[in-house]
Design a protein around this ligand. Structure first.
Ligand code: FES
Length: 193
């Protein structure tokens, strides 16, 4: 039985002026595009899920702003940390901006001029603010400054990240591995300033 001879591609074969050259050129460009796409997907997965703390904005520690610059009732969006930092009488919370309804996980929107709704007694921002709430654009769930659900189909409060106040600055430990799930929101969830 005869052996199959390899069919090496000579650089001179890739001559776009001939039909065979054009085919080879297109094949090489196609594989190049696939390689670039695979690399981008790999980088995205590593950044989104596997990146270690301090290696990038989400997954590291984010400085929100000096604690003295907050007033009770303030809400500050921290896009790099995918969260909202809220100031309540007991201190600060960092609420992950994804709604907790598992089928959708939409990003909730802070609505500063919408009426605040009464929440559960153990986490009610209506006692110090008449305006402002987080609304989920997908199914209409509302949450207050403690992350407590005050309306709609979300099953639990907004998830949160650990907060610490160091040298007068409010800092948030972000990242998927740092998320704190809870079944009930509480005033005790706030970090004192
Ligand atoms: S995804 Fe938020 S209530 Fe539906």
């Amino acid at each position: 039985m005869g052996s199959i001879e390899p069919n090496p591609v000579d650089a001179s074969d890739i001559d776009s002026r001939t039909p065979r050259g054009r085919r080879l050129l297109l094949r090489w460009l196609g594989w190049g595009a696939v390689g670039v796409l695979a690399r981008e997907i790999g980088v995205g997965v590593i950044r989104g899920y596997l990146w270690s703390p301090h290696a990038g904005p989400f997954g590291g520690v984010i400085d929100a702003r000096p604690a003295a610059d907050f007033r009770v009732g303030d809400v500050v969006v921290q896009s790099a940390g995918q969260c909202y930092v809220t100031c309540v009488p007991e201190g600060f919370l960092a609420l992950w901006w994804y709604c907790t309804r598992p089928e959708r996980r939409c990003v909730v929107v802070w609505q500063p001029t919408a009426a605040a709704s009464s929440g559960p007694a153990e986490a009610d921002d209506h006692t110090f603010a008449t305006l402002g709430r987080f609304s989920c654009p997908c199914c209409g769930a509302d949450f207050n400054r403690y992350g407590a659900r005050v309306f709609g189909p979300a099953p639990r409060p907004l998830d949160r990240f650990p907060v610490r106040v160091e040298q007068g600055v409010v800092r948030v430990e972000t990242g998927r591995q740092r998320v704190l799930l809870r079944q009930q929101a509480s005033r005790a969830d706030a970090t004192p300033g």
